[in-house]
Design a protein around this ligand. Structure first.
Ligand code: ZN
Length: 287
């Protein structure tokens, strides 16, 4: 939901739970994108949206205790599967980390170092897919989570706050530990900061997989078929290939992948054949 409000004084008006745009008369549009804690987002998990309450991207990052399925609690799945499925449909989608299954915004507390970790961890994961996923095919965004009681000024402050201004650049160069469920140095630092009473911002991490664009020059050498340039199928870090069907994930076998690719190629070629037919007819028509 996006609400654009035009105001002519210094007082900001807030509307919408997710995104507010403020326009001072005669000034540039200022967009604040945020979520309100413990509010429910007005969309559900579907073909293009997936909610996750955690930030374990790769399978190795899942803590062992989350893999014990009990009656009350289903085991936790790595974010990777959802990303893999969104890549393999070619249609893209978004995974929201910090929003639980019911659609409730919880947020994830992150320091600047932990944000760096998430960025590095996603790049590492995408580089391990077969074939590797190029950087222009995904985007990562940290969207602040604010309390419903927050005043307009507080929301603007939180949305504009950049903790990296107060970070040690040398510390930021320190390599993070990926592909492990163990605490990284940035997590230990985060706990220490919290214990010292340092305020840390909560975020919803939005990871977006962009739809496949066969015409994009950056995709020219990574698709399938020189004529149709169909989106590639990626194996995840475990060698599995997922697809997205509505809000669920389906793991495909090799024969199913072949059939699906044939079908997609047929559909894609059909368009091209029809286009050529139209072109021929147009040329044959007397002027
Ligand atoms: Zn780290």
């Amino acid at each position: 939901m996006t609400t654009t409000v035009t105001i002519d004084s210094g007082s900001f008006i807030f509307h919408g739970y997710l995104k507010s745009e403020f326009k001072m008369a005669g000034t540039k549009l200022k967009v604040h994108h945020y979520y309100i804690r413990n509010s429910e987002v007005p969309f559900e998990e579907d073909m293009f949206n997936e909610f996750k309450g955690h930030r374990n991207l790769a399978v190795e990052e899942l803590p062992p205790w989350t893999q014990e399925t009990t009656k009350e609690k289903a085991s936790r799945r790595a974010v990777s599967r959802a990303l893999n499925a969104m890549l393999n449909t070619g249609k893209g989608g978004k995974v929201y980390l910090g929003i639980v299954d019911s659609g409730m915004v919880r947020g994830l507390q992150l320091t600047t170092y932990q944000k760096d970790h998430v960025i590095g961890s996603l790049d590492d994961l995408m580089s391990r897919y077969k074939p590797p996923v190029k950087k222009h095919r995904y985007r990562l965004k940290f969207v602040p989570v604010v309390d419903s009681k927050c005043s307009e000024e507080e929301i603007i402050k939180q949305c504009s706050y950049d903790a990296s201004d107060y970070c040690d650049e040398t510390e930021r160069m320190k390599p993070h530990i990926f592909r492990s469920h163990r605490y990284c140095w940035c997590d230990k630092d985060g706990v220490a900061q919290f214990n010292c009473g340092v305020m840390t911002q909560d975020y919803v991490i939005e990871i977006e997989i962009l739809p496949w664009n066969s015409k994009d020059p950056r995709n020219q050498d990574s698709g399938c078929g020189s004529l149709i340039n169909l989106h590639p199928l990626h194996e995840d870090e475990e060698g599995s290939v997922y697809f997205r069907r509505q809000a669920s994930l389906v793991k495909y076998s090799m024969s199913e992948i072949c059939e699906l690719t044939r079908q997609e190629a047929r559909e894609s070629l059909e368009e091209e054949v029809n286009r050529l037919k139209r072109e021929i007819i147009a040329k044959e028509e007397p002027c």
